[in-house]
Write a protein of this length. Structure first.
Length: 554
């Protein structure tokens, strides 16, 4: 149930509350719902008592709703003045952003006093304490959420416990080591520390006898063996194995690690678990962490669905959660709405799907963004951060490498190569000049390499197509480029995606360029190699032969 679905405000001593910190039973009325959004404490009991208001307040939530209060507002009962009952140890209150929910969509009060869906071009209005709520809209029979906005003396935002989210890099699986990824080992952690990392992701898996170990859900038990499920193995067997030659830790070892390094934060990835399986893992984690609230406060718990969040939160209300969108971009609106409903502060998604419009939509909702995984390329990590992403999860990029890569990726010049798309294709390109060079690549196909730089201003055209293939006709080009060591294809939405990412929901077509098309501006590093791969379809005559032959063969 979202915040604006609440029908009333209960007393400060309400006996029960929901997972998001709001009371379960409250009388019917309109309300102002105050969210602390990073506040250190709240004193709404004092503020309400001084004004004779029977409101509700709580400091047992999580994320933006760690501290929360409800103020009833109607014509007969309750003050209409906006109250600040939040305090912050190190930041000052700028005011409140106002939002309310219509048809499962959150809309925001903008500076022109209209209610709009969040967008970069629409500045939100900061409302102030002692302002009459009627100035921003009717509350009777509904709810308006006022989200506190905080600023540190250095000018940085202090929203939502932002120290968790102001780390530019996160070391994936405790960081890569010796060119290997998915380590999750003490050796990898120590290597990451030396490289300057302060934020770490770690995988926790459950053994067959219900012990938490620091490992991905599957692990190789030998050099040539297929990965086996941790859930199929007993604890003793798992602990006898190694990860890339290094000992495996359990959750108690991880707790000792966090205790020895109180200045660092960690994301915990349980992967997708729900119901009793999720609850058991949290109970085990609490036991292994000695119910140490300070250490638990430095954990960011990643959830995949609302159900997973509710199951985890029913056992222990962690201070920080992150909603994994992943590659399922059809779930983006749902993830944003649910996060705002319950106070989750961050979304995680594949870096190649973080288009400008997606970043704008998430940031306009006041949420932080983590993208994953930039494995080796610091210029990619830098470009993602400059696009508005807050944290980049990486295996091998270090803070020093990131500093050295600043500005390397962008509207840079690149080379264009023309790939025949089939090893039987014949080239009719003129290679007499020094500009073009003909090669036969590893696959057996032909490749024409153009030595001239493309200006990358969206005005240059592809060379006329000069490959031929017997019984096939040229259909167009598909563009590919190596990014962070992997092949990505240019798609119809302007993104570069792997084949797997292009098939993610909702699927995106790889763009088909026609002969001599203009190539749009792309974001890349200086001197990148863009490959145009020829696409072939059967000629009409050959297609008719196939139509007759294929049914007989079937």
């Amino acid at each position: 149930m979202g915040a604006t679905e609440i029908r009333g405000a209960g007393s400060a001593g309400a006996e029960s509350s929901r997972a998001d910190g709001l009371p379960t039973k409250v009388p019917s009325s309109g309300h102002i719902v105050y969210e602390g959004n990073g506040a250190s404490s709240q004193h709404y009991s004092t503020e309400f008592e001084a004004r004779g208001i029977r409101g509700f307040h709580s400091s047992s939530g999580s994320g933006a709703r760690t501290h929360i209060a409800l103020q009833p507002v109607d014509e007969r009962n309750g003050s209409k003045l906006i109250i600040n009952g939040f305090a912050h140890k190190r930041a000052r209150l700028l005011g409140f952003y106002a939002r309310h929910k219509i048809d499962d969509t959150w809309i925001w009060l903008t500076e022109d006093f209209s209610w709009q869906e969040g967008a970069a071009g629409r500045a939100k209005l900061l409302v102030q304490p002692d302002q009459d709520v009627s100035e921003i809209g009717s509350v009777t029979g509904s709810n308006i959420v006022l989200e506190a906005q905080w600023l540190y003396p250095n000018g940085e935002s202090a929203n939502c416990g932002s120290l968790m989210f102001t780390n530019k890099l996160m070391a994936h699986a405790l960081g890569g080591l010796n060119e290997a990824s998915y380590h999750n080992t003490l050796a990898a952690f120590e290597h990451s520390l030396e490289a300057g990392h302060t934020y770490f992701e770690v995988d926790l898996s459950y053994t067959a006898d219900e012990r938490l170990v620091v490992s991905s859900p599957r692990i190789r038990t030998g050099d040539h063996n297929k990965p086996e499920k941790i859930s199929d193995m007993a604890y003793e067997r798992v602990m006898s194995l190694t990860s890339h030659g290094e000992p495996i830790m359990d959750a108690r070892d991880l707790y000792e690690l966090l205790s020895e390094h109180p200045q660092y934060c960690f994301e915990i990835d349980f992967h997708f678990v729900v119901g009793e399986n999720a609850k058991k893992r949290i109970k085990s984690l609490l036991e292994d962490f000695n119910h140490d609230d300070e250490t638990l406060s430095r954990l960011l718990i990643q959830v995949h669905t609302p159900e997973m969040h509710r199951d985890i939160d029913s056992v222990y209300r962690f201070e920080h959660y992150q909603y994994l969108v992943g590659m399922k971009m059809d779930r983006l609106n749902e993830a944003i709405t649910y996060s705002l409903d319950v106070g989750i502060c961050a979304l995680a998604l594949r870096w190649s799907l973080a288009t400008a419009s997606v970043v704008e939509q998430i940031k306009a909702a006041g949420l932080y963004i983590l993208s994953y995984t930039a494995e080796y390329d610091p210029s990619l990590a830098d470009a993602l951060l400059r696009s508005g992403i807050d944290t980049v999860c990486t295996d091998h990029v270090t803070p020093r490498m990131l500093m050295g890569a600043e500005g390397r990726m962008g509207q840079k010049q690149f080379f264009v190569f023309y790939h025949s798309g089939d090893k039987d294709a014949v080239s009719r390109y003129s290679v007499d000049s020094d500009q073009l060079r003909l090669l036969r690549v590893k696959s057996g196909a032909l490749e024409i390499r153009d030595s001239e730089f493309w200006i990358n201003d969206g005005t240059q055209r592809l060379l006329p197509q000069q490959f031929t293939l017997q019984r096939r006709q040229f259909a167009g080009w598909k563009m590919r480029m190596k990014i962070d060591g992997k092949t990505h294809w240019y798609c119809s939405d302007g993104t570069f995606r792997t084949k797997k990412e292009a098939l993610a929901a909702p699927p995106t077509e790889r763009h088909l360029f026609h002969d001599q098309d203009i190539v749009p501006v792309i974001s890349t590093v200086e001197g990148a190699k863009v490959v145009m791969v020829a696409q072939w379809v059967p000629t009409k005559r050959f297609a008719r032969i196939l139509e007759k032959w294929l049914p007989k063969r079937q």
